[in-house]
Design a protein around this ligand. Structure first.
Ligand SMILES: Cc1cc2nc3c(=O)[nH]c(=O)nc-3n(C[C@H](O)[C@H](O)[C@H](O)COP(=O)(O)OP(=O)(O)OC[C@H]3O[C@@H](n4cnc5c(N)ncnc54)[C@H](O)[C@@H]3O)c2cc1C
Ligand SMILES: NC(=O)c1ccc[n+]([C@@H]2O[C@H](COP(=O)([O-])OP(=O)(O)OC[C@H]3O[C@@H](n4cnc5c(N)ncnc54)[C@H](OP(=O)(O)O)[C@@H]3O)[C@@H](O)[C@H]2O)c1
Ligand code: HEM
Length: 491
């Protein structure tokens, strides 16, 4: 780092005709002068944040006069050469395609730390990362990769819960530590990702498009298409083909409102099914230390996304359900029934069983949705961070199973005795509620089986570290103390 005393307190304009001066006394003594090459969105937000945190900032531009108005008054905007010469630490905020245009700054940047903030162009591109290419261009500088995972917007508004971490890597430990200090002072949390060889991984991060959502979303869409086609064939096509009855008006709301809850219920069952597989495998292996198969591992870590997809479908189903009586078709049907009744001098319609069935299934459905909402709120990082592990497990596991039970009960009450009515099987297609109730009932029965005392106790032991093939034998030491833990595998 250049000698602080040799630096003038008030800087000159320099060769680029710096349009604004910077008072060195504004920054804390000992703090590095920070340079930024480039005057784009990222540079402007970074300069603003650094100035707010008390750093002395010098921005290097090809056209400083044009860019000066865009920066805070406290930042000096000057030529690239001037900025590179004055700064101790330089952020390279230009696109990687233009890194080569900076090579004339090589002598001015020698011995200094360069932070490459660039993002990759595509995931896992062949060859070296942008940061490694920058390191090849500037072999006498220390390259640190980082800040590319932070958007210009986040830099401007300041760190928030979800975007506090800044991933950094470098081959030079001192350079990395310096950038970490700056990072902390800006309110971010630096995360050391190791050597510069990790830079490709860091460059990939902003390019991913919801990687953990891909399978759950695909699963939701596939189930939606399957159930939609099934319900369309059963409830719309079948009456048209067999009786010439046109009920195509059901396509936008009724069919959707049978499809959405079906997807919600199956997805909810898929949230709790992998936990059962995990338990079964642990019981079979007699240990928790074996790795689960890859498919189960991936399924287990995507349960949150499966759950939120289920919640999304359930919310839409609730809204659709509340809209059912608002439709013209519903009103016409109601009036027609009333007219028919008057015409035929029928008695008042009142089916006690039907009334009770609906009161009950609606009430239980609302409770299920309430519990799911609780789970969804608890999955927000800001909420999850305020509860301890036991509380989180209580909400996600215990209340989650209650939600599954309620949703299953809601569906069973809705189906009631209709499952036994032969009219409900047109084209040999069973009613949808009968199909979708199978996975949650399987999960609930599986969970019940895990409550059988001998199974539950063995599972508890396994999850606390007990292994079938390893026993702890306590021996009295002969002449010196053992720790008493001996491996007697396969005894
Ligand atoms: C709306 C909604 C929101 C949700 N949000 C979240 C969320 O934010 N976070 C979240 O995690 N889940 C979330 N879920 C999913 C689900 O609620 C939880 O995963 C819940 O903890 C599952 O409970 P469980 O009893 O099946 O399994 P758990 O109690 O989690 O697991 C059972 C046992 O399996 C074993 N096990 C589980 N996972 C692993 C693993 N990866 N490796 C090794 N062993 C393992 C453990 O021994 C554990 O004791 C959400 C679900 C819904 C519906
Ligand atoms: N924007 C973000 O939210 C964000 C987030 C993370 C990372 N990044 C990374 O930050 C870098 C800059 O992004 P940005 O959004 O600020 O881009 P931008 O708005 O296009 O700015 C790039 C700047 O580079 C300078 N530059 C230097 N040499 C250049 C050349 N030969 N041709 C063109 N421009 C040149 C220009 O400033 P002068 O004309 O003044 O020289 C220009 O303003 C990129 O690598 C990007 O991947 C951006
Ligand atoms: C506010 C909450 C809810 C309300 C008001 C509600 C309402 C309804 C209504 C009115 C029906 C009958 C639909 C019809 O006539 O076609 C129904 C059916 C159904 N609901 Fe809900 N429900 C709610 C929550 C849930 C939740 C949380 C789930 C599951 C996660 C769910 C799953 C189902 C299923 C599977 C059916 C049967 C669909 C069929 O086969 O026809 N419901 N619900």
């Amino acid at each position: 780092m250049p000698d602080e005393m040799s630096r003038p307190l008030i800087r000159d304009r320099g060769d680029g005709g710096g349009c604004r001066h910077l008072e060195a006394s504004m920054s804390e003594p000992g703090a590095p002068v920070i340079g930024i090459l480039g005057t784009g969105d990222f540079s402007r937000s970074l300069a603003r944040r650094l100035v707010t945190c008390g750093y002395q900032v010098v921005v290097g531009s090809r056209t400083p006069k044009r860019a000066v108005a865009l920066f805070p008054e406290e930042a000096e905007v000057t030529s690239q050469m001037e900025a590179a010469s004055q700064a101790d630490l330089v952020f390279v905020a230009v696109f990687p395609e233009h890194h080569t245009t900076l090579v004339n700054l090589k002598p001015a940047l020698a011995g200094k730390t360069l932070v490459d903030v660039s993002n990759g162009l595509r995931v896992n591109k062949d060859g070296p990362s942008n940061a490694e290419q920058l390191a090849d261009l500037f072999p006498e500088s220390s390259i640190v990769k980082g800040f590319n995972t932070i958007s210009a917007w986040t830099l401007q508004v300041g760190p928030r819960d979800g975007s506090k971490q800044v991933l950094l890597c470098s081959d030079n430990h001192a350079a990395k530590s310096l950038v970490m200090q700056v990072c902390r002072r800006m309110g971010f949390i630096p995360v050391d990702m190791g050597l510069l060889s990790s830079s490709l991984e860091i460059e990939n991060i902003p390019l991913y498009l919801f990687p953990s959502w891909r399978i759950p979303t695909l699963c939701t869409l596939s189930l939606f298409i399957f159930f939609y086609l099934y319900n369309f064939t059963r409830d719309v096509l079948q009456p048209y083909v067999t009786a010439g009855k046109s009920v195509f008006y059901k396509i936008p709301i009724e069919i959707v409102n049978v499809t959405l809850p079906s997807v919600a219920l199956v997805m909810l069952a898929l949230v709790y099914l992998p936990g059962l597989f995990a338990a079964l495998l642990q019981l079979r292996w007699g240990t928790k230390y074996n790795r689960f198969p890859d498919w189960l591992d991936r399924w287990l870590i995507r349960r949150k996304q499966f759950g939120l997809c289920s919640f999304f479908c359930a919310v839409l189903h609730a809204i659709y359900s509340l809209c059912l009586p608002l439709r013209k078709s519903f009103r016409y049907k109601l009036i027609n029934t009333a007219l028919k009744q008057v015409k035929n001098h029928q008695e008042m319609l009142w089916d006690d069983e039907e009334v009770w069935r609906m009161e009950l299934y609606l009430s239980v459905g609302i409770m299920a949705l309430g519990l799911l909402s609780l789970l969804a709120v608890a999955s927000l990082p800001s909420v999850a961070n305020t509860v301890n592990w036991r509380e989180f497990t209580f909400i996600q596991s215990t209340l989650g199973y209650c939600a599954l039970y309620m949703a299953t009960f809601h569906t069973a009450l809705y189906g009631w005795s209709r499952a036994f009515n032969p009219d409900q099987y047109p084209f040999f297609m069973p009613p949808t509620f009968l199909l979708v109730i199978v996975p949650p009932i399987t999960v609930l029965l599986g969970r019940l089986a895990l409550f059988v005392p001998c199974v539950a106790q063995r599972l508890r032991q396994i999850r606390r570290g007990w292994e079938r093939s390893r026993h702890i034998r306590f021996t009295v030491p002969d002449n010196y103390c053992h720790n008493g833990l001996e491996d007697v595998s396969n005894v």
